[in-house]
Design a protein around this ligand. Structure first.
Ligand SMILES: [Zn+2]
Length: 240
C-alpha cells in the first residue's frame, strides 16, 4: 500500500511525493508554496532519489524565489487588530448591536454572539461582509464621480469575491468589483474603477481603450505596476 504522506528532502526543503497509477514519468511542481513530486505508483525509493537529484537545480532556484517573495499577511482576528482600508487602517472592534458590520470613526464594528463556536471564522466572515457592504458604497461613489469624466454610466455596480481579478465589465454594462481591492490605497482603487468604466467605451484592451484610461488618469501605469507587484498582498486570511 502506498504511503499517503510520503516526503523526501532536498537540502532542507521537504518534497511531498504523490504517486499515481496513470503516471509513467516523474514530474515536479509547486502547489500553494509546497513542492510536489509526481511519481509513478510503483516507483522505487532509488528512482525517486534519482529523479529528485535531477530536479535539484530547479528546486533550489524556485526555493530562492519563494523565500524572497513577500507573503500575503494573515490576521489573528483579535479585537484591536488593524485592517487596511483604502488609505487608512481600521480597528476591529466589538459591538453589542446585532446589525450589519459598520464603520464609525476608524472602528470596524462587528457583533459576535458568545455562542459562536469558531470565533475566528465567524469574525472573518463578518469582516468580509463589511468590505462588501461598505465597500460597495465607496466604489459606487467613485464610479459616479469618474462616470462624468469618462462620459459613460454603467447599468449597475456590484461587488463580489473574485479569486484572480479586480473587476469586470459585462456586455450588459454591469461593473463588478472584487471587494479585496478596498485593501489597496485609494489611487489604486480609482485606477480599477476607471479601468472598468473605460470598457463601457471599448470592450477590449486596444490602443484606443488605453487612451481613454490615460485621458482620465495620466499616470495609470504607476497604479498598474503597483497592482502587479502588490496585488497578491491584498488579503485578510485568518492566520489558522
Ligand atoms: Zn480590462
Amino acid at each position: 500500500m502506498a504511503n499517503q504522506n510520503e516526503t523526501n528532502y532536498v537540502d532542507n526543503i521537504s518534497i511531498k511525493i504523490i504517486r499515481s497509477k496513470r503516471r509513467r514519468t516523474f514530474g515536479i511542481q509547486i502547489k500553494e508554496g509546497d513542492f510536489i513530486l509526481r511519481a509513478p505508483s510503483r516507483a522505487s525509493p532509488r528512482s525517486i532519489e534519482h529523479s529528485l537529484n535531477s530536479f535539484t537545480p530547479w528546486i533550489r532556484q524556485k526555493q530562492a524565489i519563494l523565500e524572497t517573495a513577500e507573503k500575503a499577511p494573515t490576521y489573528t482576528y483579535q479585537f484591536g487588530e488593524q485592517f487596511p482600508w483604502l488609505d487608512t487602517k481600521l480597528i476591529l472592534t466589538s459591538t453589542d448591536k446585532r446589525d450589519m458590520p459598520k464603520l464609525t470613526n476608524k472602528n470596524l464594528l462587528i457583533h459576535v454572539p458568545s455562542t459562536v463556536h469558531n470565533q475566528i471564522a465567524y469574525k472573518h466572515k463578518r469582516v468580509v461582509q463589511f468590505y462588501k457592504h461598505v465597500g460597495l458604497k465607496h466604489l459606487t461613489a467613485r464610479v459616479n464621480y469618474f462616470a462624468d469624466i469618462v462620459g459613460r454610466r454603467p447599468q449597475d455596480v456590484r461587488i463580489y469575491s473574485y479569486k484572480r481579478r479586480w473587476g469586470s465589465c459585462s456586455s450588459q454594462r454591469v461593473i463588478t468589483f472584487n471587494w479585496s481591492i478596498l485593501l489597496a490605497p485609494t489611487s489604486i482603487v480609482d485606477y480599477v474603477v476607471v479601468h472598468e468604466l473605460a470598457h463601457l467605451i471599448h470592450f477590449d484592451h486596444s490602443k484606443s481603450y488605453w487612451q481613454v484610461v490615460e485621458r482620465v488618469l495620466p499616470n495609470y501605469r504607476n497604479q498598474q505596476t503597483w497592482l502587479k507587484e502588490n496585488g497578491h498582498l491584498l488579503s485578510i486570511t485568518p492566520s489558522h
